[in-house]
Write a protein of this length. Structure first.
Length: 431
């Protein structure tokens, strides 16, 4: 992000009022102090209205969707359809372009396996642009979460295509000098909007332009951006984008794939069974149009309803104002981590074009030990490789700690984190 987002950020008083709506933030940690939750990149906390929306659906409206003609069935189907419309509106899309999945990982695999099916002959002439094989290339980046890396590696292995990647600058940003791997043989380019380790915002415009020049499909992973930045899929210029409810103040167990409708029409289905067919004979099935074609079986209806309420909450807060406030928190996080001797940030050392995801290592101390000490001070951070081993290997480490902010993170919490971090090496005899 840049300084032009600093117009009209949320105020500290507004954030304090927002925090009152998150019941878990009242929990006390191991030392009896309120928990400082700095693990929103792993999963976000939920406001009461989201928790209540999911429970209220089960209490009053629970029924199978798109099946019955009774009152509860009508109410359930209506709530389900409204949730899809809410997700679509939040990302600047049409409802028929939003496919429910159980998470963003499933959404990415849905694309990859649909391309596998197309490559084996499914879908006829319409599916031609999804076919890959020997001589073709699939491109990702070294900055990817495993969920946006392994599906493409496996697709290449199944089809005989070459897998290639954009590499990184020393601070972990995508190196635009490696865009030349996107050549005429590339069929698909997949990349993250924001790294879940470095917090760096990817150069979307440049990558999209390179992919468009060669006619490649473009997949964007928004898991680390969609709860922190305004998202409009049309303006981003990609073909596919994946979303995860539980990182957007919503329930676990539901996510979404967005794709341009003409692509969904041409893609072969992946999971098949109930709810996806227009007609079936003993010889073959005729599938419904998208998005139903990709939504086999029972769907996460209550979770979708809860997610919609989370997006309503975020919309009322205002994504521009939220992003501006979080930029302030990002700068504070970087400042406190940078100020501690023996602590090294993994990723850009300034807040320009990055979000409040700050991974770091502490000299001579294993990240798990660091995490346990911080937990003893009621500070919750992530430990491990964050499902991004190649990115950690690029920095010469196996794992790290990660502090990640959200709209409820306060400067006081950042300072508590900094104070605890400053005592880690002393506690373990490193100072």
């Amino acid at each position: 992000m840049t300084n032009d987002r600093l117009t009209n950020p949320l105020t500290d008083a507004e954030v304090a009022k927002l925090r009152e709506q998150f019941p878990i933030l009242g929990r006390k940690g191991r030392d009896g102090k309120p928990i400082v939750y700095l693990d929103s990149s792993a999963t976000s906390q939920k406001p009461s209205r989201v928790i209540e929306a999911e429970a209220e659906f089960y209490r009053k409206h629970n029924a199978a969707v798109n099946r019955g003609t009774h009152m509860l069935g009508d109410e359930s189907t209506g709530a389900f359809d409204m949730a899809r419309e809410t997700v679509a509106n939040f990302i600047g899309a049409r409802p028929e372009e939003v496919v429910w999945t159980k998470n963003a990982t499933e959404a990415l695999n849905l694309i990859a396996y649909s391309m596998s099916n197309a490559s084996s002959g499914m879908g006829g002439k319409e599916a031609e642009r999804f076919r890959v094989g020997p001589g073709d290339k699939i491109v990702a980046t070294r900055a990817e979460h495993h969920a946006n890396l392994l599906p493409w590696q496996e697709l290449a292995a199944r089809t005989g295509a070459e897998f290639a990647f954009l590499d990184l600058e020393p601070d972990g940003r995508i190196d635009l000098d490696t865009l030349d791997v996107i050549d005429e043989r590339v069929k698909l380019v997949a990349f993250t909007h924001v790294s879940n380790v470095t917090g760096a915002i990817s150069p979307v415009d440049e990558i999209v332009a390179a992919a468009r020049k060669v006619g490649a499909l473009i997949v964007l992973d928004t898991c680390q951006s969609s709860a922190h930045l305004p998202i409009n899929v049309e303006e981003l210029g990609v073909d596919f984008a994946v979303f995860s409810s539980h990182k957007m103040l919503g329930p676990t167990g539901v996510g979404a794939l967005w794709a341009r409708y003409e692509l969904l029409e041409a893609m072969p289905p992946v999971l098949v069974g109930g709810s996806v067919i227009a007609n079936v004979t003993m010889e073959k099935g005729i599938y419904l149009p998208p998005p139903a074609k990709f939504e086999a079986g029972s769907q996460p209806v209550a979770q979708a309803v809860g997610w919609a309420e989370a997006l309503n909450f975020l919309s009322e807060v205002g994504m521009d104002r939220l992003a501006a406030y979080e930029e302030r928190i990002t700068r504070a996080l970087i400042d406190v981590v940078s100020s501690v001797d023996g602590v090294k940030i993994i990723g850009p050392a300034n807040a320009d074009n990055r979000l409040g995801v700050v991974a770091f290592t502490v000299d001579g101390i294993h990240p798990h030990d660091v995490g346990q000490y911080l937990d003893s001070e009621s500070v919750a951070v992530r430990v491990g490789h964050h499902c991004a081993i190649p990115l950690h290997r690029f920095f010469g480490v196996r794992s790290s700690n990660r502090a990640s902010a959200s709209l409820t993170t306060t400067l006081d919490e950042v300072h508590r984190f900094g104070e605890a971090l400053a005592h880690v090496r002393g506690f373990f005899g490193g100072m």
